[in-house]
Design a protein around this ligand. Structure first.
Ligand code: AMP
Length: 157
């Protein structure tokens, strides 16, 4: 049987990278996660900006983000969550397909808590060097991402 692909802006996302789907949204593992469990929730329809979503898509997307966040927080033994949207290129959006970043958070994961926002916006070069994020931000292989998605899919059975 042929593999199913999801649209994420210019990228084709293999179904193996997707661990949860709802009627109008899907959740995928990240090519370059900043922390364990850093995932993305997107509308199935390719829309660039938050304002482009219909009422139904907005509701479905945030209900999906809420559910995914809750399961991931427990799974990664975290105690908080960062939900982040970079809505438009000047806000740091690099993939022109609206998406919510979800990051399970633990005490001490970043020296200063809000550095996570600068880390999501990798244009902050000074900070990037300081945190030496580059070494952890190599593109992951499909196999590695598929393995994580398999693990996360079990949280929704
Ligand atoms: P932003 O800069 O807010 O648009 O976020 C883009 C996010 O998409 C970053 O977390 C990237 O690591 C992630 N990303 C980019 N390309 C892919 C891809 N092909 N598959 C999965 N995640 C991706």
């Amino acid at each position: 049987m042929e593999a199913e692909y999801y649209t994420f802006g210019p990228y084709k996302i293999h179904e193996k990278e997707v661990f949860y789907t709802s009627q109008l949204s899907y959740a995928l593992v990240n090519l370059r996660p900043l922390l364990p469990g850093h995932v993305l929730v997107c509308p199935r329809r390719e829309v660039k900006r938050f304002v482009d979503l219909t009422v139904e898509e907005t509701s479905d997307l945030w209900l999906t983000a809420q559910k995914v966040g809750a399961r991931l927080e427990a799974h990664y033994n975290a105690s908080s969550l960062t939900f982040a949207v970079q809505d438009g290129p000047q806000a740091g959006q690099t993939v022109p397909h609206m998406h919510v970043h979800i990051l399970p958070r633990k005490g001490g994961d970043f020296e200063k808590n809000d550095e996570i926002y600068d880390a999501i916006d990798m244009k902050e070069k000074e900070l990037k060097n300081k945190l030496d994020l580059d070494k952890d931000r190599k593109d992951r292989s499909l196999e590695e991402m598929a393995q994580e998605a398999d693990e996360l899919r079990k949280l929704f059975l």
